[in-house]
Design a protein around this ligand. Structure first.
Ligand SMILES: CC(C)(COP(=O)(O)OP(=O)(O)OC[C@H]1O[C@@H](n2cnc3c(N)ncnc32)[C@H](O)[C@@H]1OP(=O)(O)O)[C@@H](O)C(=O)NCCC(=O)NCCS
Length: 402
């Protein structure tokens, strides 16, 4: 009798003797028999080659802790563990609770796929589609380190590329953490920074036909940071022409339309090398909806925004995402100064002022983490002057589909 006792309900990993993690075409029961009709036990870690992997789509839970939450959280756990391996620190990724609002946003179109071995998710695929004039997909593949080099990553990427193709996607983008190091390097089209050609994710993405467009620097600033002297200095630079405003979470009513404009402008202003990501459309309505969705109690969003006194309009902002758990890192979110107001050190003023805001409102967190394009010299110079130090990089990769 075939031994199917260990078959994970609804799918799993099947060991065999040939093939490289092909998606299974058969149903879960029939694939649990090998060529000689014997049952094979899903999840035999000792057998090196995977003949066939069942790739399942996981539902997005409708609430934190709602239906499908356990697998949703397990998949994100795998993603966080992989990030921690690359960066050598545990605190970079978000918790499942902190991540969930982004997945559940009404404007989001995110699908999650998984290969399961019994209770464990051994491979995860992330797929985020933006329809529009030029449909674009962002994707990411994670494989458990104990399950690598068996073709699971390629099978998952193949599945995501097939879906992108069916969706009419012409451009696929991957943001992948990387370590830097010696040896042969791959340089991005932006011309700034490089990644080691031997890294597994670099080999994997080059092998799948991706082009490295941009290298982003990951940096951290240890807290507490006494920002008061820096604040006095930065305030002088802006002179009397500007005034800084602060708020937590929802944008105050009078500033909503200015903030929608700034958010829209953010997509046009940050350096994106050849990524050419589709512009996000921000309206006051979207701003309100997004802020309501993010106010789920897991993180607070502290904003500093600068008003041009002459026009009484906001011309720049910066936001910090602050977890409720004091042991968790603070994440630096978007920072923007409109082009007509650059050169007055408003970028530094905003960042310093918001660090001071953080110390006043939410002291006690260990660190602020930020990611910046290597060619974004102005922002990197501001961060360096505040004391940020680099702990790794992230590659921004692009694949054109025909
Ligand atoms: C990048 C990543 C997804 C690759 O996953 P994987 O399951 O090891 O991928 P594959 O097995 O399909 O391919 C990886 C290598 O194994 C080889 N391989 C595939 N099947 C094999 C088999 N049956 N036997 C031996 N080697 C095999 C591939 O040829 C490839 O070799 P190469 O690096 O020399 O080119 C994985 O390393 C990972 O999760 N990294 C962290 C997350 C990440 O960086 N993701 C970025 C990609 S979106």
């Amino acid at each position: 009798m075939p031994d199917t006792r260990h078959a994970a309900p609804g799918g799993g990993v099947v060991s065999g003797s040939k093939g490289r993690g092909r998606p299974c075409l058969q149903n879960p029961v029939s694939v649990l028999r090998d060529a000689r009709g014997r049952g094979v036990i899903a999840g035999w870690l000792t057998v090196p080659v995977i003949d066939c992997a069942l790739i399942l789509e996981l539902p997005t839970p409708s609430a934190i802790g709602g239906g499908g939450w356990v697998d949703f959280a397990r998949g994100l756990q795998l993603h966080a563990e992989n990030q921690a391996l690359i960066y050598g620190r545990q605190d970079v990724g978000l918790t499942p609770e902190e991540s969930w609002p982004r997945y559940a946003e009404p404007h989001a179109s995110i699908r999650i796929f998984a290969v399961r071995n019994q209770d464990k998710i051994v491979a995860r695929g992330y797929y985020d589609l933006e329809r529009g004039a030029e449909p674009t997909a962002w994707l990411y593949v994670d494989v458990d380190p104990a399950w690598r080099h068996r073709g699971l990553g390629s099978a998952m990427a193949g599945r995501l590329h097939d879906i992108a193709d069916a969706d009419g996607v012409r451009k696929v983008i991957v943001y992948a953490p990387s370590t830097t190091g010696p040896g042969a390097q791959v340089t991005p089209t932006s011309g700034s920074g490089s990644l080691p050609a031997g890294n597994s994710e670099v080999r994997f993405l080059l092998g799948a036909g991706y082009q490295l467009e941009q290298v982003r620097r990951a940096s951290a600033l240890a807290l507490p940071k006494d920002a008061s002297s820096l604040l006095a200095e930065a305030s002088l630079a802006g002179g009397d022409n500007y005034r800084v405003h602060f708020w937590m979470n929802r944008t105050p009513d009078p500033w909503r339309s200015d903030m929608a404009i700034l958010r829209q402008q953010m997509g046009r202003s940050a350096p994106t090398a050849g990524l050419d990501e589709p512009e996000e459309v921000w309206t006051v309505q979207r701003l309100i909806e997004s802020e309501v969705r993010l106010s789920d109690g897991t993180r607070d969003f502290l904003t500093a925004a600068v008003e041009d006194r002459a026009t009484r309009q906001l011309v720049g902002f910066t936001t910090l995402a602050v977890p409720t758990d004091k042991d968790r890192p603070v994440n630096q979110e978007d920072t923007l100064v409109l082009s007509g107001h650059r050169g007055h050190r408003l970028g530094k003023l905003l960042k310093v002022a918001n660090l001071d805001h953080l110390q006043r409102e939410r002291p006690g967190h260990p660190v602020v983490i930020t990611f910046n394009a290597e060619e974004n010299h102005h922002m990197l110079a501001v961060n360096d002057s505040l004391g940020f130090t680099s702990f790794g990089h992230e590659g921004a990769w692009r694949l054109g589909l025909t």
